[in-house]
Design a protein. Sequence first.
Length: 493
Amino acid sequence: MRDESPQPSQIVFPIALEPAEYAEEPIAVTTDRWASLEVFVLVQVFWGLLLFVPGSQSYRTYIRAFPYVASLVALAVAFARSSGTDAVVPGARWILAVLVLLAANLVHDQTWVMAGSAQIVFQMAIAAPVFWAARVWVTDQRLERLILLIFAANLVSAALGLLQVYYPSTFLPAEFSSLASKINPEFVSAMSYVGTAGRVIIRPPGLSDLPGGAAIAGAFTALLGFALAMRANQRQVLRAVFFASAAVGVTVVYLTQVRSMLLMILGCMLIMALVRLRQGRILQTGWLAASAGVLVFSSFVWAVTLGGDVVQERYQSMVDSGVLRTYQDTRGSVLSDAVSRLAFEYPLGAGLGRWGMMSLYFGDQGNWQYPALYAEIQPTGWIYDGGVLMWVFYPGALLLAIRYSYKLATFPGGSLNDLGTMILTIQLLIAGLCFTGPVFNTQLGIMFWLATAMLYGCQRTEAAQAWARDVEEENAGAEDAGDDFDAAQTGWS
C-alpha cells in the first residue's frame, strides 16, 4: 500500500520523496561542489572592484545596483524551478508581512508613487535570499566554505583599506563618489585627518569609493577571523593566520574612526563568549575573553602608530564619556526623536519613497507639499515606510532569525554549534547597526538574510541526509527479512 502520509513541501524537500518500498535507491544530497551560492557571495563583496576602473563613476548607479539585481534574478530563477510557496526560514513570513505592508502604503496620500514602487522592489531584493537561498542544499562542509568565502572576501577589502593608508597614491580609487562630491564638495576633506609624521589619511574606503567604507569589511573580518581562530581543535598555524586577519580588521575599523562599528565588534565578541559559556565550555570562555582583549588592544596600538593623536582622542573620548553617553550625543537623540515624535506623527507611515536612495533616483523632488525625508538610523526609515506596524514586523523577523541561530549555536552536542555561532555574530553585527544607520536599505541586509538562509539550508540538508540514511536502513532491513523468509520457505519445502 502506498504511503499517503503528508510529505514536506518542495521548498523544504525539493526532491522526489517516495516511501521506502518504492525508492529504488537512497536519496543522496550532493552539495559540496561550487555553485551559484558561492558566486553570489563573491559578487556581494567584489562588485566594488568595478569602481576602481577609470571612468567607472559615470556608471556608478548601475554598478551599485548590480548586487541587488543579482539577488532578484536568483529569486526569479528559484521560483521558476519550483512550485513550492512555503516561507519556512525563521522570519520569512514576517518579511512577507513587511512586503504586504509596503504595498498597502502605496495608496498613502503622501507616497511618491514611482519611488515608492522602487522601494518595494528594493526591499524585495534585500530580503530575497531568505526565500531562494533556503532552497539550496548546504552540507556543513559547504556552509563552512561559504563562511570562509565571506571572511576571505572581506579580508581582501579590509587589507586593501590598510594599504590605502600606507600607500594612498597606489591603492586609493582614482576618484571618490561623484554623487557625494556633488552633494558636498568638501566631503572628502571632511573625511580626512592628519596622522603621524604629517601623513594625510583619508578614512580608508576598501572596496568602495566612499571614505570609511572599509569599516564594514573590517568588522566582518574581525569577527569571523576571531571566531575561526577560537574554534576548538584548530590547527595552530591557521589559528595564527585567522587571529592576524582579525587584527587587520579591527585596525582598519580604528582607522576609519567608525566608533559604532568598534562597539558592535566588542559586543559580538562578548556574545561569542556567552555562547561558549552556554555550551558548557568554561575554560574556552576565559581564553576567548582574554584573546579578545589582546586583539582589541594590540590593534589600537597599531592604529595609533598610523593615525596618531587623532585616532587616540577619537576613542579616548568614548571611554571618558561612556558608551551610552557617546551614543546619546550622536545617534541616541535621533532614536529618541523617532520614538517620542515620529511614531505619533506618522503612525501609519509617511508614504513610500520619500527617503533613501530610491527617493534620490526616482523621487518627486519638486513635491513641496510632501518633501523628501531623511533617515539617519533604520528605525526612522521603518516608521517612514510603514508606521508603527513596521516596527513590529521587521524587528520581529530579525528576532526570529537571531533566535534560530542562537538555538543552533547553543544546542547541547549539536553539529552546528561553531558554524551557528559564526552566523549568529554576523546577524548580531548587522542588526545592531540598525541603531547607527539604515542598514536594511543596504547590502548588509542581503548579507543578514543570506546568512540566515544558509544556516537553515544546512540544518535542512542534515535532516534530509538523516532521512536518506533511514530509508537505506529500512531497505536493507527489508531485503534481509526477505532473504530470511526465502530461506525458511526453502527449508519447509
